[in-house]
Design a protein around this ligand. Structure first.
Ligand code: AQP
Length: 336
């Protein structure tokens, strides 16, 4: 059995980037007949990670519920996978401490996301939370607690999964074989969807300005407007060229991811930016339509979603507990 684990943090409304870079892969993978057992695919709303920057408690709670509902709406089937909330399973934080005793200060300070977010917090006059430095270790615990083989994520998480691998290998070398060493998997197209207004930056759900971000729950008219106003590049030729034409390349990648086409081949089919934008907007609207519709149904019955999350947490606990107990013993702690 190949075990898959991944998560999404409730720092904002889920975006097209989350969907194309990660969630769609989760749905496709959990429909794989080789992974029919629900404990073979675990997906998590990683709410503890949302506390690493300034946050509003009520908003985090609201976004956590919304993220779980959206994951179900996107097609995660609780009969075929395990969906839960990170803070409901103590094993994550239990294991994180052991991994903090395995990681070094230097390797955490090198994390790109830490450097970028710490600089942003400082510029805003906010303090930098210690958890912003240590959260990649918590992420490693999220993954390693489940003896995960594969972590389907967007391109931006590559460095964190590399750290997870390093920690697993180091722990195993020091204390004996304990953890499975996981590997990241990325979609072939749209592994890094860029902001429509700033196509050299990732489309990120926690970014302050939403004009370049397509949210999964945006109304069709809003999606159309955002895509039609996407920043394109100088010159009018449509070419797939990430360096020279980042805006157009982003649109080609999005359209290709929506339609299953090859983004380079698509470039040859368009003579103008306007036509490319129009087709991209319609393709995104059609891709998201069923997710929005299903979300509206599921959101009307929050008790049913909570029931799925409770059952998911129980199953997740039963998978993680023995792995984390083994790590406690291996590192030299007495069994209670
Ligand atoms: N733009 C993106 N393109 C492709 N994949 C993406 N992912 C996120 N953005 C893109 C992938 O979605 C999964 C969940 O992401 P996350 O919740 O960890 O991070 P986020 O949506 O990027 O939210 P933030 O708060 O804005 O995060 P920061 O600022 O930390 O980047 C992951 O698999 C991610 O790769």
């Amino acid at each position: 059995m190949t075990r898959v684990f991944s998560g999404v943090k409730p720092t904002g409304h889920l975006t097209l980037g989350n969907y194309l870079g990660a969630v769609r892969q989760w749905v496709a993978g959990s429909g794989d007949p080789a992974r029919q057992r629900p404990e073979a695919a675990l997906f998590c709303v990683v709410d503890l990670h949302a506390l690493t920057v300034e946050h509003d408690p009520a908003r985090v709670r609201r976004l956590s519920r919304q993220a779980a509902t959206l994951l179900l709406a996107a097609g995660l089937d609780p009969e075929r996978c395990t969906l839960f909330v990170q803070s409901h399973v103590d094993e994550h934080t239990r294991l994180a401490y052991l991994l903090e005793c395995t990681a070094s200060d230097g390797e955490l300070r090198r994390m790109i996301q830490y450097r970028e977010k710490a600089a942003k917090a400082q510029a805003a006059g906010d303090g930098v939370r210690l958890s912003l430095l240590t959260y990649p270790v918590l992420m490693a615990a999220d993954i390693l607690a489940y003896a995960t083989d594969e972590v389907p994520v967007g391109e931006d998480q590559r460095q964190h999964v590399e750290l997870t691998r390093d920690l697993a290998v180091r722990f195993n070398q020091r204390y004996g074989q304990t953890f499975t060493v996981p590997r990241a998997t990325h979609p072939e197209v749209a592994a890094r969807v860029m902001d429509l207004q700033e196509p050299t930056s990732k489309m990120g759900k926690s970014h302050d300005v939403g004009a370049g971000i397509v949210y999964l729950l945006d109304e069709p008219e809003v999606v159309r407007k955002k895509v039609m106003r996407a920043v394109t590049d100088s010159g009018s030729g449509v070419a797939h060229d990430r360096e020279g034409k980042p805006g157009v390349t982003n649109l080609l990648d999005i359209l290709a991811a929506c339609t299953g086409a090859d983004p380079r081949a698509l470039a040859g089919e368009y003579g103008s930016y306007g036509a490319l934008k129009k087709d991209t907007a319609e393709a995104v609207i059609e891709l998201l339509r069923p997710v929005r519709e299903r979300h509206a149904e599921l959101a009307a019955d929050p008790a049913a979603v909570e029931k799925v999350l409770r059952a998911g947490a129980e199953r997740a606990r039963s998978v993680a507990r023995p792995v984390v107990d083994r790590a406690y013993e291996a590192i030299g702690l007495l069994a209670p």
